[in-house]
Design a protein around this ligand. Structure first.
Ligand SMILES: *[C@@H]1O[C@H](CO)[C@@H](O)[C@H](O)[C@H]1NC(C)=O
Ligand SMILES: *[C@@H]1O[C@H](CO)[C@@H](O)[C@H](O)[C@H]1NC(C)=O
Ligand SMILES: *[C@@H]1O[C@H](CO)[C@@H](O)[C@H](O)[C@H]1NC(C)=O
Ligand SMILES: *[C@@H]1O[C@H](CO)[C@@H](O)[C@H](O)[C@H]1NC(C)=O
Ligand SMILES: *[C@@H]1O[C@H](CO)[C@@H](O)[C@H](O)[C@H]1NC(C)=O
Ligand SMILES: *[C@@H]1O[C@H](CO)[C@@H](O)[C@H](O)[C@H]1NC(C)=O
Ligand SMILES: *[C@@H]1O[C@H](CO)[C@@H](O)[C@H](O)[C@H]1NC(C)=O
Ligand SMILES: *[C@@H]1O[C@H](CO)[C@@H](O)[C@H](O)[C@H]1NC(C)=O
Ligand SMILES: *[C@@H]1O[C@H](CO)[C@@H](O)[C@H](O)[C@H]1NC(C)=O
Length: 417
């Protein structure tokens, strides 16, 4: 998704570089429509990406914005509210913060997401807002002024709470202010809805996964997709609060790389729930290797960081064979530095990955090898001023949703490695 450039253009066109961005476009990356997810009803996840844009303030703004922004789907709300969030001195990011919502914290509950005020997630016919169960809230791209351009919201389902071998529907969207514990309106017509409404129907796989394996017919049966970080993006807040979001697809079903007997298992863990949470070989996805070229952790660039992914989910099952894993890591501390370019190297090996890699790549790699270059957000940005030089103020119509200035919120940040 290359929405970020489009939004940058919009901001420049409107002279609204300091405009208060709002989450106007939302998409569900997993589950995919019609897919089968999980094992025995659990171990699947919901991954949502929101693209932020300047609010529609004038008719010319509306024109520019609609020509550059993705067109919402037919079922979408009109997005004509024009209302957004209002920042205050105490809340410079309008309540949008990277947040680790551990299941061991009291904030982990039905109701609003502590890191994303207007976010609503509904399931099949229920009015209960489940946004407060999303464990990982991250800021994955910002513009040069620190305005949020993109954020991710991720929820791992650890128990068969939604049933097994059932079809189910999930919807997500954003309201113009903090959401409640329930949502009873029709989001398609509610003027308080400021994004499109993304909806997906899928099937929860309710049985054990197959352990039947055969020799691989190709040297690299696994394809890795990186959703974030992406080249050209400025991620996180002061080097933390960004996300590594990876999809692993096994294209050789008979090889069954992700068979449970190979050590693959869905898992959620973080530094509250797992006393041994730390770098090293993943307890869930044993073949995974993730290296950071600017890592300041023990062992530096040679240490495998795969065990730091909080979410390891089964996001695709075909005829009982797991064909997709999805791994997601909310980076809670600036372990790779800040305000600088950096790089991640990512691949999967056959069997168990090494804990360290010094220079030479292993010979048993069974996936593509990804070298992802991107930029870590820098130090605090001074609260933005408008083009006319007037300082942005809480009462101004076009104030900055400034990520950098959100450093005062880092106290509220559930940091972790
Ligand atoms: C789930 O939906 C699919 C596609 O509509 C359908 O083929 C299948 O029978 C449904 N399964 C159940 C258990 O309802
Ligand atoms: C949200 O939208 C509703 C409906 O248009 C409006 O009444 C309300 O004032 C808006 N709230 C904010 C905080 O903009
Ligand atoms: C992994 O190694 C095993 C044992 O050497 C082999 O049978 C299998 O085909 C390999 N899998 C892949 C995907 O290369
Ligand atoms: C596959 O093996 C795992 C243990 O490694 C087991 O829990 C599961 O039941 C097995 N699957 C089947 C279909 O027997
Ligand atoms: C997890 O990390 C955060 C930030 O470093 C810390 O505040 C919290 O106490 C840690 N939790 C545990 C259980 O160690
Ligand atoms: C987190 O909760 C789990 C499940 O209740 C419990 O087993 C574990 O000890 C808790 N961990 C911490 C660090 O509180
Ligand atoms: C890490 O990778 C980035 C992006 O390729 C590069 O600009 C930077 O120089 C590298 N740093 C080190 C220490 O290798
Ligand atoms: C890489 O270097 C570290 C530190 O020198 C060492 O402990 C480790 O065994 C080495 N790993 C490999 C695969 O050679
Ligand atoms: C990332 O940067 C390295 C050097 O810093 C370069 O060799 C590599 O081609 C870059 N990767 C991509 C995908 O641009």
């Amino acid at each position: 998704m290359k929405f970020s450039q489009a939004f940058g253009v919009v901001a420049a066109l409107l002279g609204l570089a300091n405009a208060q961005n709002i989450p106007s476009k939302v998409a569900i990356l997993t589950p995919k429509p019609g897919s089968e997810v999980g094992v025995n009803g659990l171990g699947w996840m919901i991954d949502v990406v929101a693209e932020f844009s300047a609010p529609l303030v004038t008719s010319s703004a509306a024109h520019a914005s609609s020509s550059a922004a993705p067109t919402p789907s037919a079922s979408s709300s009109p997005n004509t509210g024009g209302g957004g969030y209002r920042r205050s001195i105490a809340n410079l990011d309008d309540g949008f913060i990277p947040f680790l919502n551990s299941p061991n914290l009291t904030t982990f509950a039905a109701g609003p997401d502590p890191g994303a005020p207007g976010f609503v997630c509904l399931f099949s016919g229920s009015t209960q807002n489940l946004a407060g169960f999303f464990e990982l809230t991250s800021i994955t791209n910002s513009d040069a002024k620190g305005n949020i351009l993109e954020a991710y919201f991720t929820w791992y389902i650890p128990v068969a709470a939604f049933g097994a071998n059932v079809n189910i529907t999930a919807s997500v969207f954003f309201l113009n202010s903090t959401a409640g514990a329930t949502y009873t309106n029709n989001p398609a017509t509610d003027p308080a809805v400021i994004s499109n409404v993304a909806t997906v129907s899928f099937f929860i796989f309710g049985n054990d996964a197959s352990n039947v394996t055969a020799p691989a017919t190709t040297a690299t049966p696994v394809t890795i997709d990186v959703f974030t970080p992406r080249s050209g993006e400025v991620v996180g807040v002061n080097g933390a609060g960004w996300l590594v979001d990876l999809l692993f697809i096994n294209t050789d079903l008979s090889a069954n790389v992700f068979a449970p007997i190979n050590g693959y298992k869905p898992l959620y863990h973080d530094n509250f729930t797992d006393p041994k949470f730390g770098p090293g070989v993943s307890k869930a996805v044993p073949g995974l290797v993730v290296l950071s070229n600017t890592s300041t952790l023990a062992g530096g660039a040679s240490t495998n960081l795969a065990n730091l992914f909080q979410i390891n989910a089964v996001t695709g099952v075909v005829n009982g064979v797991i064909n997709e894993y999805w791994c997601t890591w909310l980076v809670g501390a600036a372990f790779a530095g800040k305000g600088q370019p950096t790089s991640l190297t990512i691949f999967l090996v056959n069997g168990t990955a090494p804990a360290t890699i010094n220079g030479t790549l292993p010979t048993n790699i069974i996936s593509n090898v990804i070298i992802q270059n991107f930029t870590l957000s820098g130090g605090a940005v001074t609260p933005a001023t408008t083009g006319s030089g007037a300082a942005a103020s809480p009462t101004s119509g076009a104030v900055a949703l400034s990520v950098g200035a959100g450093s005062i919120l880092l106290g509220a940040f559930a940091l972790l490695l």
